[in-house]
Design a protein around this ligand. Structure first.
Ligand SMILES: *Cc1c(COP(=O)(O)O)cnc(C)c1O
Length: 387
């Protein structure tokens, strides 16, 4: 087996038959010529298939150890595509602390009768076992979870899902295949918002579904063509370009993230830090088992509530207040007013997301610059909440 780092850096390199281009060309063309009447070539129309998008799909499938992949126009389009597999009355089981957009999509479609959704605390083994006593169609998992970095045991949930005849979908956006491969742990499908670590440069919105077996790949390709959710060639080109440096980026980012988590953990202005790499994190042992690293996402709670949050965020100079994650630049988001504003207050509090919580995505800036930005802003936050 070729090492994943080699696949990321070089899948499809130097395969150009026209000119011997080292870097795979970008085919923007929306359609492809029939060389002879009634004789289509490999490609006809780019909604259905496109060489640039196919090379990205092939790379993602190899990185995740799947049979194939469908590249979509966003992470939400990837989720929507997976939901094409369920029928009215089918049960979809999702984590109660999932990505805000996922929560909203599942809620809205289930309210319209597309399927029945049940949100469950996937940290609670008994609750998971109880929902999977009855037959289900899909079980969704996000690990580590957003924004509280809870770690879910993919292997254990895969076994329970099989007994309920359900297919297991894992959203691997927070770690990328560089740090976690859910298919090897029993998942049937992996979902990505490639907007995040895979593209990694905050200049594409995109997604993908990778399937473990080829029958599912064919079904998803047919649905993607039918619904028109496939990604654009240019976005695919940029995303593949981003993937070339996935491993060195995430390795450096998680090294800095560990230093930031430890720094925050020592500060009096901080009530709690959620990072699986910290010695006291409840998911640490499991993360060591099923991940190849702790990743570069973390969250923390400030002492002093919303006033402290306002003061802290206003003082930041190196970190940017923004919603996305996984890029080369460090970002901070406030889930209750930003990423998770679409969730009701009740649903948020059930999931443990409070007003004092901030989510951090660590980029590639120098560790010292990030730490001094945080130190300065924490001091500003505590004077803000005291005054
Ligand atoms: C961003 C994100 C999504 C949605 O992806 P888009 O590309 O924004 O549509 C889904 N799941 C997770 C975990 C995400 O972070």
């Amino acid at each position: 087996m070729t090492d994943l780092k080699t696949i990321a850096a070089a899948n499809g390199i130097a395969n150009d038959t026209a000119f011997g281009a080292v870097t795979p060309p970008l085919y923007l063309s929306s359609n492809f010529e029939f060389r002879k009447f009634e004789h289509a070539q490999d490609y006809e129309y780019s909604r259905t298939s496109n060489p640039t998008r196919d090379l990205l799909a092939d790379t993602l499938a190899k990185l995740e150890g799947g049979a194939g992949a469908v590249v979509t126009s966003s992470g939400m389009a990837a989720l929507n595509l997976i939901l094409s597999l369920v029928k009215p009355g089918d049960r979809v089981i999702a984590p109660h602390d999932c990505y805000g957009g996922t929560y909203r999509l599942l809620r809205t479609l289930s309210d319209k009768g597309h399927f029945v959704v049940e949100f469950v605390d996937q940290q609670d083994k008994d609750a998971v076992a109880a929902t999977l006593k009855q037959r289900a169609s899909l079980v969704m998992v996000e690990t580590p979870s957003n924004p509280l970095m809870r770690v879910v045991d993919i292997k254990a949930i895969a076994m329970k899902a099989k007994l309920a005849k359900a297919r297991l979908v894992v959203d691997n956006t927070f770690l990328s295949p560089a740090l976690q491969q859910p298919i090897a742990l029993g998942a049937d499908f992996v979902i990505h918002s490639t907007t995040k670590y895979l593209n990694g440069h905050s200049d594409v919105v995109g997604g993908a579904v990778i399937a473990a077996n080829s029958r599912d790949v064919d079904e998803l390709k047919a649905w993607a063509n039918l619904l028109g959710v496939t990604g654009s060639p240019f976005d695919s080109y940029l995303t593949l370009r981003g993937i070339r440096t996935l491993f060195p980026r995430i390795e450096q980012q998680q090294k800095t993230a560990a230093a930031v988590a430890e720094f925050l953990d020592r500060r009096a202005e901080v009530k709690a830090v959620h990072y699986p790499g910290l010695a006291n994190h409840p998911g640490r042992e499991l993360a060591l088992r099923q991940q190849r690293g702790f990743g570069a996402m973390l969250s923390f709670e400030l002492e002093g509530g919303l006033d402290a949050v306002r003061g802290f965020v206003a003082a930041l100079k190196v970190f940017t207040l923004a919603e996305s994650l996984g890029g080369v630049e460090s970002l901070i988001a406030h889930p209750t007013t930003m990423t998770h504003a679409g969730m009701s207050e009740d649903a948020r509090s059930a999931a443990g997301i409070n007003d004092s919580l901030l989510r951090v995505s660590i980029g590639l800036e120098a560790e010292e610059d990030l730490l001094s930005d945080l130190a300065f802003s924490l001091t500003a936050a505590s004077s803000n909440s005291a005054g």
